[in-house]
Design a protein. Structure first.
Length: 152
């Protein structure tokens, strides 16, 4: 998917166009059969692409739960030069990812704990980055004042 991102973006735009047409109440010129066909196509695209519909660019890094099972994603990330974080079980080679997290990648509880921790760390990092950007913008907007104090 990542190495074929332009085609994926076109499919996402097609899905969004179909959704807009189906939600448009003024669209009465199509027949019931055409509407049903469009609806089915939208459902198929939503199932395949729904999770990445808001993705505008390639990510800087990817997190992989089972690097043995998702070997294609690991290979694509390496091909594109993306950082990889991955849960690595005893049946996987930790050298395949940049940052290996030793964990049981088969147990749902283990996966939930680690992915929740990662998601919270990302939220905190994004919050800090946003705070730094707004502080930088605030400093830009402040007028530069030179205060001259003299003692007379």
């Amino acid at each position: 998917m990542m190495t074929n991102f332009a085609t994926i973006r076109r499919s996402v735009k097609k899905m969004q166009n179909i959704e807009r047409m189906l939600n448009d109440a003024s669209l009465t010129s199509i027949t019931k059969k055409e509407r049903l066909t469009m609806s089915r196509e939208y459902q198929k695209l939503e199932k395949q692409l729904g999770g990445i519909a808001n993705l505008n660019r390639l990510p800087a890094a990817i997190f992989i739960v089972d690097i043995h099972h998702e070997h294609i994603a690991v290979a694509e990330a390496h091909r594109l030069g993306l950082r990889t974080f991955g849960m690595v079980d005893t049946n996987s080679d930790p050298m395949e990812v940049d940052f290996a997290i030793p964990a049981n990648d088969d147990a749902s509880k283990s996966i939930a704990i680690i992915t929740n921790y990662m998601a919270e760390a990302i939220r905190q990092g994004l919050g800090r980055a946003q705070a730094a950007r707004s502080e930088k913008e605030r400093k830009k907007r402040l007028p530069a004042t030179n205060v001259f104090l003299s003692s007379f």
